[in-house]
Design a protein around this ligand. Structure first.
Ligand code: C2E
Ligand code: CA
Ligand code: CA
Length: 853
């Protein structure tokens, strides 16, 4: 702390004497008028020497000189204060060469002391003649030197106050800091001008300690007294802030410091200190704290968590939301690294990230809002939206993160998702969700070069169940089955409602094919087809249903999602053929076959525009061995697949509208063939296979009639072969078309008779002219035994007779078969025994020969 008052030393003594030189010379000259000394001088101690500052010879000023103190009377004076040697001084001090040179006889000297009684300078009178009365002059000499001391002290003080202090005052004013000093012994005190300023009173006006204290708030008085007592008694320094009202009633804050000053004896003789007006700072501080309080309030009242960290990642500030969001207390967070709020691997990477940001300036997240995961105290990981801004505080870089907990939002988004992706009836996820998850899995599996396993499960005969018990009941059945299956499959797979009565099951993880996955998959299939899931109680009624399961292992590198659905539909339809509880598991090799299936499908759509289709004609004979008619059979010579059997591609074509185009093409070409027959004068009919889709087509009969009209061929020459299964697709529609066409003279043959749901009742209603015994039954005939009976063959022939229609045997390959059929009076025969189907040129050859007969 600044000590206000300083004693004068040699330098300041010399300085003061010099600055008072004129006056002092006069004073010394006056003094010498009394003393009549030959030489009178005022000197200053200068280490081991002394130098004169003013020197007189009688009344004249002489040049200053320097002399050694050692062994001189001046040395004695400086130690003892005053000395007087009336005569023989030079002899008394033989070491003092100057005295000797001047032949000094009489000597009076007195030291000039500062307040601390330290000898700084010296006043000396020298006499060349010895003077026995010299001792009488000592009093005068001493009085003068004392005057000189006090004068110099006063000058010093003035000098301090006026000169050095003016600088100090500047500082005081700028810093609004005053200085004070209190001398215990004299009970005197000093206040610098700034203190008066702070009090708002005229400088140096009356300000007692008591009145000085009265400016402070009443309740502070005892405290002020106490701290002063503590300095006085125990030397305890203080630094206190007080509220204070100045003389103009302006409220101020002052900071007062106090320190003891200890004298040479180790006693506290004074205390001193500063008196500082800190109103501005205090107000700023208050404003600042109000501002930050306001800020804090705002921060604490927003839902977002706000965290400030320093450049090292240490948490510097958190608002209340941080505490509730992360479940930590403020103490647990402040001073800790921010990584504690992050789950792995973010936590481990964060420091590195922060450092790299600071060196490279490349930010992944600063100034960019991001969705990230965060970790609560209890380890719970949640989704947050984080926005970070960079700022500086007291020159240090800080990052402020604003965090929003979006777990709720995600949950509600999930609900919206749920509605869109959940099947209402079964509460299972729907096919859209399956598509998403399946595609995700496909992506992942294709990266890892793994397989996925998908299943389509279809409840058998759902449409019949719906017809029988109503859709509501049917829905409940599906719901029950869904619940049972979901429970049964466990956590390894997910089940989805695909459509109608179909479900999809997806193994959640892709896999590498091995024995154990094979076992697991087999087990899953068995579980899914376990009859217990299908024994239900619905509305109090016991129902038993069954399912068909199509499954496929997909090597994802070459399958798209769309292809997978096709595969599944294909396999499940295959499984249906094995109902109830049919299972068809397409293995990877089978998928190649399936690819062919998909490919064929594609080609068939426009097959009639190619020239790959042709017709062959298989002759049919009477029991007398005469050519009766032909059956037209289609052939496909594919550029890619070679010869494709109609048994393979016709069912495929029937799955789409391709069969209509193909059917039209066949009919047109059969008509052309009939034209050729007519041209040769042969009225042999040609049978054409008509598929179910064709016959129920709304304009089938119209088209057909138009065609034969255009081609100018009689309807009787066309026999339309319909299978039993085609008949029952929509019996009333089929009957309608058959009626129209039969009225026009077309004839109908029932193909594959006996393999379907033959019912005499409906057969009787339809305009049929022929029943065709399928090759399947003819194959059975393998005996020469004339007594042996083939019940079905017999029954069909019997039925044909009963209906009054012809019977025709297909696939006759052996004489045995022919013999038996002949015996049973079958009317017409077709088969390899007679002829294979003939290609166009062979057929033309045949009809040419026939026409000539
Ligand atoms: P489908 O109508 O029962 O035709 C009889 C099938 O038996 C023909 O096979 C024929 O070549 C074959 N076949 C005849 N006699 C014998 C025999 O003695 N032994 C043997 N092993 N087979 C014999 P294809 O030509 O392969 O036709 C298979 C099926 O394709 C046909 O069965 C028919 O349902 C369908 N199909 C063929 N052409 C057409 C067509 O133009 N339109 C439609 N919708 N279906 C056709
Ligand atoms: Ca046929
Ligand atoms: Ca047949």
């Amino acid at each position: 702390m600044f000590k206000y008052k300083k004693l004068f030393n040699e330098t300041s003594f010399r300085y003061i004497v010099k600055s008072q030189e004129k006056m002092l010379i006069t004073e010394l000259q006056n003094l010498n008028k009394e003393l009549n000394a030959d030489i009178l001088f005022l000197g200053v101690r200068d280490g081991s020497k002394a130098s004169t500052i003013i020197a007189l010879n009688e009344q004249d000023i002489i040049d200053n000189f320097t002399y050694n103190l050692s062994g001189s009377p001046c040395e004695k004076v400086l130690n003892e204060g005053v000395c007087c040697f009336p005569e023989g001084t030079a002899k008394l001090f033989p070491n003092d060469k100057a005295l000797l040179d001047l032949k000094v006889e009489g000597y009076i000297g007195s030291s000039i002391k500062n307040e601390n009684d330290e000898s700084i300078g010296i006043l000396v009178a020298l006499y060349f003649e010895s003077d026995t009365f010299l001792a009488k002059k000592i009093n005068l000499f001493e009085t003068f030197s004392k005057f000189l001391c006090s004068h110099i002290q006063k000058c010093h003080l003035e000098y301090q106050t006026n000169s050095h202090l003016s600088l100090f005052n500047e500082v005081e004013v700028i810093s609004k800091t005053g200085a004070w000093e209190y001398h215990i012994e004299t009970m005197s005190y000093f206040f610098s001008s700034q203190i008066y300023e702070i009090y708002g009173i005229q400088v140096n006006s009356e300000l007692s300690v008591k009145s000085a204290i009265s400016y402070f708030a009443e309740h502070e008085h005892s405290k002020i007294e106490q701290i002063f007592k503590n300095v006085l008694n125990y030397g305890t320094s203080f630094e206190e802030v007080f509220e204070f009202v100045d003389s103009k009633s302006v409220k101020k804050w002052v900071k007062i410091t106090g320190k003891p000053s200890v004298n040479n004896n180790g006693q506290i003789d004074s205390i001193y200190g500063a008196f500082e007006d800190i109103t501005t700072e205090k107000e700023m501080l208050i404003k600042e704290s109000e501002r930050s309080e306001r800020l804090e309030n705002i921060l604490n009242n927003i839902n977002e968590a706000v965290i400030t960290i320093c450049s090292k990642g240490v948490i510097k500030h958190v608002n209340k939301s941080v505490l509730s969001m992360f479940k930590y207390s403020a103490n647990e967070l402040l001073g800790q690294n921010i990584a504690m709020l992050m789950p792995e691997p973010h936590a481990s990477n964060h420091q590195h990230y922060l450092e790299s940001y600071q060196t490279t300036g490349v930010a992944k997240i600063i100034n960019i809002g991001r969705q990230l995961s965060a970790k609560r105290k209890d380890g719970d990981i949640f989704q947050m939206e984080l926005a970070i801004t960079q700022t500086t505080s007291l020159g240090e870089v800080q990052y402020i993160g604003v965090i929003r907990d979006i777990s709720e939002r995600i949950k509600s988004q999930d609900t919206i998702y749920n509605i869109a992706f959940t099947d209402n009836l079964t509460q299972l996820k729907n096919n859209k969700w399956f598509e998403k998850e399946c595609k995700d899995l496909l992506n992942q599996a294709s990266i890892e070069k793994k397989h996925i396993h998908v299943i389509m499960l279809n409840i058998d005969k759902m449409s019949q169940l719906n017809l029988q018990f109503g859709f509501e009941f049917g829905d409940l059945v599906l719901k029950e089955v869904a619940a049972n299956l979901k429970l049964a499959i466990g956590n390894d797979c997910s089940i989805y409602r695909y459509n109608g009565a179909a479900f999809l099951i997806l193994l959640k993880k892709s896999f590498i094919k091995n024995e154990s996955t094979k076992m697991r998959i087999n087990l899953l299939h068995t579980t899914l087809l376990d009859p217990k899931h299908y024994k239900l109680k619905v509305n109090g009624k016991s129902v038993v249903v069954s399912a068909s399961l199509g499954a496929a292992n997909i090597n994802v590198t070459n399958q798209s999602y769309e292809a997978i659905i096709q595969i599944l539909e294909h396999t499940v339809s295959k499984a249906k053929k094995l109902a109830p509880m049919g299972l068809c598991h397409i293995l990877e090799d089978d998928i190649e076959e399936f690819d062919r299936f998909v490919q064929l499908h594609k080609i068939l759509k426009n097959i009639t525009e190619s020239d790959e289709l042709s017709l062959v004609f298989q002759p049919q004979f009477t029991n007398k061995g005469e050519l009766n008619s032909f059956e037209a059979l289609i052939r496909w010579q594919s550029e890619i697949y070679g010869q494709v059997s109609p048994a393979e591609f016709i069912p495929l074509a029937e799955e789409t509208d391709a069969i209509i185009k193909i059917g039209d093409w066949v009919l047109l070409n059969v008509c052309k063939a009939i034209q050729e027959l007519l041209h040769l004068g042969l009225r042999k009919s040609i049978s054409v296979n008509i598929s179910a889709k064709q016959i129920v087509e709304y304009n089938f009969s119209e088209k057909l009639i138009d065609l034969i009209t255009l081609m100018k061929i009689p309807a009787e020459m066309l026999v339309l072969e319909l299978t039993e299964t085609a008949l029952i697709v929509d019996i009333s529609l089929v009957k309608q078309a058959m009626d129209v066409l039969s009225k026009h003279g077309f004839r109908f043959s029932i193909d594959d008779f006996g393999t379907g749901y033959s019912s005499l009742a409906y057969l009787k209603e339809l305009p049929i002219s022929e029943l065709k015994i399928d090759k399947y039954f003819i194959d059975d005939i393998d005996s020469d035994d004339t007594d042996k009976q083939y019940v079905i063959v017999d029954a069909i022939i019997y039925m044909a007779n009963a209906l009054g229609v012809r019977s025709i045997a297909e696939g006759v390959e052996t004489q045995k078969q022919l013999k038996y059929l002949e015996r049973k009076n079958c009317n017409i025969y077709q088969g390899y025994y007679f002829s294979k189907p003939l290609n166009m040129s062979s057929w033309r050859e045949m009809i040419r020969v026939e026409s000539k007969r």
